[in-house]
Design a protein around this ligand. Sequence first.
Ligand code: PEP
Ligand code: MN
Length: 256
Amino acid sequence: DHTLLTQHCSREVRIGREVFGGGEVGWIAGPCAAESYEQMRDAAAALKACGIAVMRGGLYKPRTSPHSFQGLQAGGVDIIRRIKAEFGLAYVSEVVDGASLELLLPYLDAVQVGSRNCMNYALLKLVGRAGKPVILKRGFAMTVDEWLCAAEYLALAGARDIVLCERGIRTVTEVTRFTLDLGALAWLKSQGVLPVIADPSHATGDSSLVVPLARAALAAGADGLMLEVAPCPEQAQCDARQQLSFDQLRALRGTS
Ligand code: PEP
Ligand code: MN
């Protein structure tokens, strides 16, 4: 039952100066994780130069291995504060619980719920009450109906501006990290329920495949893209292989 989504949620969502839906294509780009002021500053300058108004670069990273970098967390808030003040970009980060939501909320223009938390119903209720646009990543083992039920949790808690993000699901494919489900994206577009964007970075795990799949997503009707891009992708502390260089981002932007 997705009554609230169909009756009360926006078909067109604005985050900063980017519009998702209603015929507009919005872009979100930036590093996987915020790592330093210099890294976020260089990425913000590159985004501004190609006219992208929403920056990512998460402070909370729910990593598969507990030994991997977990994000700067509270220690990175000052970096975000400075970057926002200096560049005037909107900012999006994943939150993982009530404490991270409360801490980041003043700096967030949209709240991201990650793939691993798409079935965390307690978190969905908290995020739904926060009064900000929400980017809801698809759980990588979730059906479309389960994903829409997660969105309905957000809507029931009060969210009106929800953007679905197809980020790849687990299939038999092993040549890419996940499989970008463009059939699901096209189907969702045909239903006209919520704006839906694609994240070809996490779907492929490979920067050389991000550009073709970004184009394929736009051809399938995506209302926007979420892309990982970093000043020195090979030095990134997480998802190094999939982050675009600034040149790759400019090339995609110039031809899309
Ligand atoms: C992310 O976008 O930072 C991320 C971790 O993606 P996902 O939740 O889709 O794995
Ligand atoms: Mn990442």
